[in-house]
Design a binder for this molecule. Structure first.
Ligand code: SF4
Length: 171
């Protein structure tokens, strides 16, 4: 499939879960192949994955999505070291590597709502341990943070910029 896509000499390669169901050795080969192709062809790669290990290895910038919305966006180092959204924090806590020495692997309680059945307010509120009253009635906009990342959560103070204001209006 990758060979077929590359034959068209794309400027952008969209790879949707390219390492799912592969064993660790083949996964490593696949990630090396994608990195090499990106460097040689000078193209961009949009990687869609649920595997934070893969994200850490090959990505420059990360957008975390929940219930059809981007809820956090940052360069990979900032996102993995200083996650801001409770959902991103939960994802990182749930990585088995981070559970070493603990009896149970962390899991975010509850389930993702079905499309079209989004809760009122923040879509993550029914599963969020940090939820406040405003979270139940108003969906937060995606706003710029001081470190250049973006976060959709009422827990954080955005920087006041024109873009931020536009983002609020759009929602
Ligand atoms: S807006 Fe509220 S409910 Fe949503 S993630 Fe932030 S704290 Fe949790």
């Amino acid at each position: 499939m990758i060979a077929m896509a590359m034959a068209c000499q794309p400027q952008l390669l969209i790879a949707d879960e390219p390492t799912t169901a592969l064993d660790v050795t083949i996964q490593a080969q696949m990630l090396t192949l994608i990195r090499d192709m990106r460097a040689k062809a000078g193209m961009s790669v949009m990687l869609i994955t649920h595997d934070l290990g893969v994200v850490a290895e090959v990505c420059d910038r990360v957008l975390v999505m929940y219930a059809g919305q981007v809820i956090e966006s940052a360069d990979v180092r900032t996102l993995l070291r200083h996650p801001k959204h409770p959902y991103t924090m939960g994802l990182i806590q749930a990585v088995p590597h981070n559970a070493r020495g603990k009896k149970r692997l962390y899991a975010i309680s509850g389930n993702v709502p079905s499309p079209g059945e989004w809760p009122q307010g923040c879509r993550f509120a029914p599963r969020c341990q940090e939820a406040k009253p405003i979270c139940l009635t108003q969906n937060p906009p995606l706003l710029k943070m001081k470190d250049g990342s973006e976060c959709r959560c009422w827990l954080h103070e955005p920087i006041a910029t024109e873009e931020a204001a536009e983002g609020t209006e759009a929602l």
